[in-house]
Design a protein around this ligand. Structure first.
Ligand code: FES
Length: 266
């Protein structure tokens, strides 16, 4: 659906990274973790294209949704100047969501979020804990402390958070994927389910590790998107389904896929 939604919160939370909350009950009511909204960042036709943003928080009761974004170009630069009270033209909820209905409350879940790809892990953690999962761990990675999302965005869902930065300025020094093996070794909740969202290299590493170890894993792919609704074919990727290679659109059939079906370009 396309609606005009008022901004009720908009603030900088890290280096060039902003939290934006919109009051939009119709979208909040039907949105699920993993889905995204498409925001028209400027007035009139500048910039022409909308920008996709994953949902970092879904408050169905209050009718609010939040996104977290980094200023990377003209669209997000304009968006970052929009004040509380302004209305934004948004479409959503769009795309597929993480599949969690089959997960038992006795299971654990490990959520791997890298860089500005990490925000949907907050809404996912919120949903998993809402389902009664006893152990939900977020592995939160960033290049440095300055680019790290505030830990509190994830801990307030009830999840445990472990941090890794490439330069060691916060938490473990190294890639966030290096924290994964110790978190999936079983224990009281058995082998957990893994979810990941972040840069392609991270997704490849998480997917490959989980496939080699027989761990169920869902990946949220990042893609450049133009229309966001399946019309332009600009976000096509390849997946393996029923033994055949299929071309699918990240914006409609995705962005969430099982790790075993994603075919990576070399
Ligand atoms: Fe146009 Fe996906 S962005 S088809």
């Amino acid at each position: 659906m396309q609606v005009h939604a008022p901004i009720i919160e908009h603030r900088r939370i890290a280096d060039d990274i902003f939290l934006l909350t919109l009051s939009v009950p119709d979208i909040a009511g039907s949105a699920e973790p993993g889905q995204f909204i498409h925001i028209k960042c400027g007035s009139s036709f500048d910039p022409l294209l909308r920008r996709p943003f994953s949902l970092s928080m879904i408050d169905k009761e209050a009718g609010n949704i939040s996104v977290i974004y980094e200023v990377r170009g003209r669209g997000t630069k304009i968006l970052s100047t929009c004040p509380v009270g302004q209305t934004l033209d948004i479409m959503g909820p769009l795309g597929s969501s993480f599949s969690i209905s089959h997960i038992s409350p006795q299971s654990g879940a490990v959520l791997v979020g890298g860089g500005i790809g990490a925000p949907p892990m907050a809404s996912l953690a919120q949903a998993l804990i809402g389902k009664g999962l006893k152990r939900v761990t977020v592995l939160l990675g960033a290049a440095s402390k300055e680019k790290l999302l505030p830990e509190e965005i994830f801990t307030r869902t009830g999840a445990e958070v472990l941090i890794a930065t490439d330069d060691g300025s916060a938490g473990y020094q190294g890639f966030v994927t290096e924290l994964l093996p110790s978190q999936v070794s079983g224990g009281e909740v058995g082998t957990p389910v893994v979810f990941a969202c972040g840069p392609e290299g991270m997704l490849k590493a998480v997917g490959s590790f989980c496939l080699s170890n027989g761990i169920p894993c869902q990946l949220s792919l990042e893609s450049v998107m133009a229309c966001g609704v399946g019309a332009c074919q600009g976000c096509v990727c390849r997946v393996l389904r029923r033994g055949s290679v299929e071309y699918v659109r990240v914006c409609t059939e995705g962005p969430v896929f099982d790790a075993g079906e994603v075919i990576w370009d070399d």
